[in-house]
Design a protein. Structure first.
Length: 99
C-alpha cells in the first residue's frame, strides 16, 4: 500500500500513542520511537509497528511513534488507522470478522 500523504492517528494521553506516517518514496521504512517505556518495551513496540507495515504491504514510509504506555492492541489499531488515512484507502473490516 502506498502512503500518499501525511496522516496522524492517536493522542498523547496516558495509555495511548500518537502515530504520524509520511510518504518516503524510494527510501524504505524509517521509524522513530519516543516512549515513556522504551527501555522495557521499545523492541516489542518496533516489532508491532513492523508487523502492521508488513500486513499492509507498506514499503516506503516514515513513521514517528510517540508512545505513552499504550498496549499492543492500541499501537496496532493506531498504525492501521494511520496507514489507511495516509494511503487514502478505507479499512477492510471484513478482515476483523475472519471472512
Amino acid at each position: 500500500m502506498e502512503i500518499k500523504k501525511p496522516a496522524v492517528a492517536g493522542t498523547l494521553e496516558s495509555s495511548d500513542c500518537q502515530i504520524v506516517i509520511r510518504p518516503n518514496p524510494g527510501a524504505g521504512i524509517d521509524i522513530g520511537l519516543e516512549s515513556d517505556v522504551k527501555m522495557m518495551f521499545g523492541e516489542s513496540i518496533l516489532e508491532t509497528i513492523n508487523e502492521v507495515l508488513k500486513e499492509f504491504d507498506v514499503t516506503d514510509a516514515s513513521v514517528e511513534i510517540r508512545d505513552r504506555g499504550a498496549l499492543d492492541c492500541v499501537i496496532r489499531s493506531r498504525m492501521q488507522c494511520a496507514i489507511c488515512r495516509g494511503a487514502e484507502e478505507p479499512y477492510d473490516w471484513a478482515k476483523e470478522d475472519g471472512k
